[in-house]
Design a binder for this molecule. Structure first.
Ligand code: MEV
Length: 303
């Protein structure tokens, strides 16, 4: 018996870092996915995962599942990613969610998406120790979500695909490392950092309304404000700043880094007619354009 399932990567629209501390964020699932093929075999566990980082998340998902559902069968698992783990699209979360969903299908457990999310969060926290779980939510539910830390709230927003341009800065960042740096700063400058988080929280609430009203002008402005606050947090880089600036100058409604910072990607919200001009402007300052759709579907059974 065999199951092939896939789960999407994600892009943070607004609210990174603050969302680790009980604030909301907006996240969208991308069309690039991780596929996982799971087969029951007579004995042992065989894992083939070309993205080395994926192996520990697959192993931990199986360990978790064995503890919870007490199965004894052997398993063969192969993963295949449509995107590089360098981009910061959340490959670890996507592979965790896909593995759990595949196991649920294979053993006919019929787990709900909420259960997949809760288990996925527990597994990634066992490995990474830190994180809000927004990436697990995006991989599980897909679409564009209003999300509060740990899944206290997960709301699917009834919107269409957003006109986004995505640029990779060429530098791979370590999310747990940057999240821990912020934790350290919080110990020393609590008032200042929570001041920034409060402002980010307000931006997310307003961003949600702008998104629902399709007010891209306002949403773009809020993205710029959010980027400025992330700069104040010290997580942006000269390259990300340059890419965002180039996008704005070429006519984007707004631009910001997306994710933990320190590298990875930036996003720009763009008028459709200016898209290619904006892409060229980002490339001119050394960014790599990544073609992905957003508001994509969550984890699903392929066959
Ligand atoms: C990283 O992509 C986003 C952070 O907010 C971490 C998290 O929410 O888990 C920095």
């Amino acid at each position: 018996m065999k199951a092939i399932v896939s789960a999407p990567g994600k892009l943070m629209l607004l609210g990174e870092h603050a969302v680790v501390y009980d604030y909301p964020c907006l996240v969208t699932a991308v069309s690039s996915k991780i596929k996982v093929e799971i087969e029951i075999i007579s004995t042992g566990i065989k894992i083939e995962a070309p993205q080395v980082k994926d192996v520990s998340f697959v192993e931990e998902s199986i360990r978790f599942f064995k503890e919870k559902f007490k199965f004894k069968e052997g398993l063969s698992i192969k993963t295949h990613s449509e995107f590089s783990s360098q981009y910061g699209f959340g490959s670890s979360s996507a592979v965790t969610v896909a593995t759990l969903y595949g196991l649920s299908q294979l053993f006919k457990l019929n787990l709900s998406k909420r259960e997949i999310f809760d288990f996925g969060l527990e597994i990634t926290l066992r490995i990474q120790k830190v994180g809000s779980g927004f990436d697990i939510a995006a991989a599980t539910f897909g679409k564009t979500l209003y999300f509060i830390t740990g899944g206290k709230k997960i709301e699917i927003l009834p919107i269409d695909e957003l006109p986004l341009v995505v640029g990779y800065s060429g530098v791979k960042a370590s999310t747990p490392k940057i999240v821990n740096q912020i934790k350290e700063r919080l110990r020393k400058e609590k008032g200042k950092i929570f001041g920034i988080f409060n402002k980010i929280g307000k931006i997310v609430e307003e961003g949600k309304d702008s998104l629902l009203a399709k007010d891209y002008q306002r949403l773009g402005f809020l993205m710029n404000e959010n980027h400025q606050l992330l700069k104040e947090l010290g997580v942006s880089t000269a390259k990300l700043d340059k890419m965002c600036e180039a996008a704005r100058k070429a006519g984007a409604y707004g631009a910001k880094l997306s994710g933990a910072g320190g590298g990875d990607c930036m996003i720009a919200l763009v008028p459709k007619l200016k898209k290619s001009e904006i892409e060229k402007a980002i490339e001119k300052v050394g960014g790599e354009i990544i073609k992905v759709k957003n508001n994509a579907n969550g984890v699903c059974y392929e066959r």
